[in-house]
Design a protein around this ligand. Structure first.
Ligand SMILES: Cc1cc2nc3c(=O)[nH]c(=O)nc-3n(C[C@H](O)[C@H](O)[C@H](O)COP(=O)(O)OP(=O)(O)OC[C@H]3O[C@@H](n4cnc5c(N)ncnc54)[C@H](O)[C@@H]3O)c2cc1C
Length: 322
């Protein structure tokens, strides 16, 4: 019997939506391996989210230690690897977030586990489908090691529904921590009232055609009217118009919201790789030949200078009439 150890990210007392997608994958993998899902929460304050995790997994292991305040792969990976052994894991999995992509390869190395990254589908207990070539092809890979490590693509797995009955929460010690010389110097985080890019139901993205960071203010007005997150093309982030963590695409964030606005974005394959799973895509671009129109559900061929004020005005009218 092989259990599936699901590393779950949390914020305060709740699991992040990325963790819920990982738990959906973990349930599928556990069914294929004839085991159970063991949700693992690591970090200072992890205990607060234990009860929430127990709504989704039969077993929850919490490693809550003040020394784990700042995430470091060097300290987290040995804990995950140790728990994999203690809980008879056949699969160790995390969502392919910045943390998951950093953590799981190190845990895989410690476990001598073969790894499938950015998995979009479980094909069998040991075979996994993952996108390649900026999402233009899918490859199926088989991993034959006794323990398999995976990261999964959040947008390909729906959020797990709660179980009928809450699972059991146990605590585990962090053990001796050795960061191998790595230290956290400082954390620079941007505070925003907007939803997280990867969680948002609506995303408003701008590209190089916005010309300056100042011009993004009109996109932010649209985003705030719609309760949306802000995104951008790499050309816009590389030019310093907007923060780097707004980047959507192959080397940025993968999003699949209900509604995606691509404004003054040409639609390069590397950008499409990060947003083409969106349910409805609206493109505003002055060039009728822009490739973005090939994936758009609604296309407006005009400048953003003309389209955005009109769109914002109309949305305000609709909101006011409600
Ligand atoms: C290895 C690699 C990884 C990459 N990863 C990413 C990634 O993760 N994400 C990403 O986005 N890119 C990525 N890129 C870059 C990608 O190839 C493109 O260069 C980039 O997406 C282009 O951004 P853009 O559409 O904003 O700019 P452009 O291609 O310059 O397009 C600007 C668009 O704005 C339109 N426009 C101009 N003025 C106006 C106006 N006034 N009103 C309306 N429309 C207007 C133009 O018609 C044009 O279509 C990657 C490239 C490589 C090589």
């Amino acid at each position: 019997m092989g259990n599936v150890l699901a590393f779950c990210e949390f914020g305060g007392s709740t699991l992040k939506s990325s963790a819920l997608s990982n738990l959906t994958f973990a349930r599928e993998a556990a069914a294929a391996h004839g085991g159970d899902v063991v949700a693992v929460l690591i970090g200072a304050g992890a205990g607060a989210a234990g009860a929430d995790a127990a709504r989704y997994a039969k077993q929850v292991v919490v490693v809550d230690d003040a020394a784990l305040e700042h995430y470091l792969a060097e300290t987290y990976a040995p804990i995950l690897a140790r728990l994999a052994g203690e809980h008879g894991a056949s699969v160790v999995t995390a969502t392919a977030t910045t943390t998951g992509k950093d953590l799981i390869p190190r845990a895989a190395a410690l476990l001598d586990a073969g790894m499938a990254s950015d998995v979009s589908k479980l094909a069998s207990a040991t075979t996994f489908v993952r996108p390649i070539l900026a999402g233009n092809a899918a490859s199926t890979i088989e991993v034959s090691t006794p323990i398999i490590a995976t990261t999964i693509r959040q947008t390909e797995f729906a959020a797990a529904e709660p179980l009928g009955a809450a699972g059991e929460v146990v605590t585990a010690a962090a053990g001796e921590l050795d960061a191998l010389g790595a230290t956290v110097e400082r954390i620079e985080s941007s505070k925003s009232d907007r939803p997280e890019l990867t969680d948002a139901k609506v995303v408003v993205s701008g590209g190089r055609g916005m010309k300056t960071g100042e011009n993004f203010k009109v996109l932010e007005e649209l985003a705030d009217l719609l309760g949306a997150a802000m995104g951008a093309s790499r050309a816009a982030t590389d030019a310093g118009m907007v923060p780097a963590d707004w980047q959507v695409g192959q080397t940025g964030k993968i999003v699949a919201p209900e509604l995606y606005f691509a404004v003054a974005i040409s639609g390069a394959i590397q950008h499409l790789a990060g947003m083409k799973g969106s349910k409805t895509i609206v493109a505003i671009n002055k060039d009728p030949e822009a490739p973005i129109f090939q994936v758009a559900d609604y296309g407006v061929v005009t400048t953003w200078e003309k389209a955005l004020p009109e769109l914002i005005e109309e949305i305000k009218k609709v909101k006011a009439s409600r």
